[in-house]
Ligand binder design. Structure first.
Ligand code: NAP
Length: 250
């Protein structure tokens, strides 16, 4: 596909009537996407682990005035077990009945060490938060996605999810796995309406980027609200039929 989606300009009511869960909605790209989706009429479910931060985003959405009232879903992806995922899915099913969009955005970068020096416990944690948790979340939410007419799942990748780079260790491996998970799921649903795609947001001015590159000139980076075009494109009806793709936001 061509990359027109990078300049996608959403219609004002693009997401009206769509129920969309964004993981990691408390900060960075997830927060910006939640605000933008709500501003386009989406009924947003704000997932995160920090209630105070989520409540601030909730208030910002309320302050938009025209957006549907959001919901908050608290789950620490590092420690949640099956029962927590199941009760999250059960409460969302009871409240909403279906899910039109699921954006796997939450993530952690972990330590930057060579493979020789990488701590095994840290390795497992990064793979768990970035890869196993989105798998678990997808699995429990699939029945709700199947209730929607035009459901869309978005995974978040990275440049190091496509080409390995020294010292990116578990983060890079988790993003390669994310690309695979996205492609497998897309292939398993070729026959139905569910589309599944991956986005690499590219270098974006967030806390995670600061952790990775503390010395860089941040004024040259795009802000989180400047990388959202492909997310909005994939969440709305204009991307019907597009599945199994890896998109770049920049
Ligand atoms: P960020 O500002 O650090 O935000 C990360 C989000 O994930 C926060 O909401 C954070 O919650 C949440 N999170 C982290 N660990 C969690 C856990 N254990 N349980 C629940 N939530 C958790 O990062 P970002 O830059 O926006 O990153 C968003 C996505 O883009 C990530 O998948 C990242 O890998 C990807 N990405 C970013 C860049 C970039 O340059 N920024 C480049 C390529 C890919 P708290 O607010 O509680 O910390």
């Amino acid at each position: 596909m061509n990359d027109d989606y990078k300049n996608y300009s959403p219609a004002p009511d693009l997401l009206r009537g769509r129920i969309i869960l964004v993981t990691g909605a408390s900060d960075g790209i997830g927060r910006a996407l939640a605000l933008a989706a709500a501003g386009l009429g989406g009924q947003v479910i704000l997932h995160g682990r920090n209630v105070g931060k989520l409540e601030k985003v909730y208030d910002e959405i309320e302050d938009l005035g025209t957006a549907p009232r959001p919901s908050i879903a608290v789950l620490d992806l590092a420690s949640a077990h099956n029962t927590a995922y199941e009760s999250l899915a059960a409460s969302l099913a009871e409240e909403f009945g279906r899910l039109d969009g699921l954006v796997h955005n939450a993530g952690m970068i972990g330590e930057r060490f060579s493979i020789e020096q990488y701590d095994a416990v840290q390795w497992q944690k990064v793979l768990h938060v970035n890869l196993t948790a989105p798998f678990a979340m997808t699995q429990v939410l699939l029945p709700m996605l199947k209730q929607a007419d035009d459901p869309s799942i978005i995974f978040t990748s990275s440049g190091v999810g496509r080409v390995g780079r020294a010292f990116w260790g578990a983060y890079s491996v988790s993003k390669f796995g994310t690309e695979a998970l996205s492609q497998i799921l897309a292939d398993e649903h070729r026959q139905g309406p569910l589309r599944v795609n991956c986005i690499n947001p590219g270098a974006t001015r967030t806390s995670m980027r600061l952790e990775a590159y503390p010395a860089e000139d941040r004024s040259k980076l795009k802000g989180p609200d400047e990388v959202l075009a492909p997310y909005l494109f994939l969440l709305g009806p204009d991307s019907r039929g597009i599945t199994g793709q890896s998109l770049d936001a920049q």
